[in-house]
Design a protein around this ligand. Structure first.
Ligand code: SAM
Length: 232
């Protein structure tokens, strides 16, 4: 729910047609159902659906707890993966607590992926919300699309890394992925075909540390979860 859908302490009203449809068709909600309600950027609590019509849904709820505290500030910079994998990656990394995500173009990113309907802001929002619901969190991550940003030839790279530790995940690097970070970090993950050697050189020259996850080459969606699990 957005804060303006809260009518007062214990009552909320939802009129957005898309989310009403979602409530009926995806959640198959019925009057009397008990639900978990989260307020964007705010608390989370148990509620009951008291009315469900074509135009609105009403809920009563019994107070809001605070959402889980934000985890370490990790900015995930992810080379744009194939659409299905993007959807799952966004959901998983949101559930794990990432609040800043940049989708990046690199040499081995398939250009057609940038035309995918999965990049529609509504679709991105839906994937993020699935991740938040899973983790009982209410604070939406920010997602930036960096289609024109090339990490191997772009003066914005030092700005992206400024004041943060840069970690580039790349198989075969000498350093293992660190555990339990205590400082703001930018984590760079390559596309299905990996970073090309020139991108690796460019990122290392800009001050990134190259890190590995062991000898197994993981799919992008597995690699992001494995990396975050170690970093958190
Ligand atoms: N053939 C590509 C290569 O060797 O770079 C494989 C790319 S992998 C499918 C996609 C991305 O996941 C990589 O660019 C990297 O960021 C991350 N990744 C997957 N397995 C990894 C590993 N064992 N160590 C470090 N990063 C890994």
């Amino acid at each position: 729910l957005s804060p303006d859908e809260i009518q007062h302490d214990r009552l909320a009203c939802l009129r957005d047609p898309r989310r009403l449809r979602h409530l009926k068709e995806v959640h198959r909600a019925r009057v009397g159902d008990s639900l978990t309600l989260g307020v964007a950027g705010g608390g989370i609590g148990r509620g009951e659906l008291t009315l469900l019509s074509d135009d609105e849904a009403r809920f009563t709820f019994d107070g809001l707890d605070t959402p889980p505290p934000p985890p370490l500030p990790v900015h995930l910079v992810l080379a744009l993966p194939r659409p299905r994998m993007l959807a799952r990656s966004l959901e998983h990394v949101t559930a794990m607590g990432v609040k800043q995500i940049t989708l990046l173009h690199t040499r081995r990113v398939e250009k057609s992926y940038w035309q995918s309907p999965e990049l529609d802001p509504t679709k991105i929002h839906d994937h993020l919300v699935l991740g938040l619901e899973q983790a009982r969190d209410t604070q939406l991550p920010e997602v930036h699309l960096a289609k024109g940003f090339r990490p191997f030839a772009d003066e914005r790279l030092p700005t992206l890394l400024e004041g943060r530790r840069g970690l580039m995940a790349h198989p075969g690097m000498a350093q293992a992925c660190p555990t339990g970070l205590s400082e703001p970090t930018v984590l760079l993950v390559g596309p299905e075909g990996g970073f090309i050697p020139h991108e690796v050189e460019r990122l290392l020259a800009a001050g990134c540390e190259g890190i590995h996850l062991g000898p197994r080459i993981l799919r992008v969606e597995t690699a992001v979860v494995a990396l975050l699990a170690r970093l958190f």
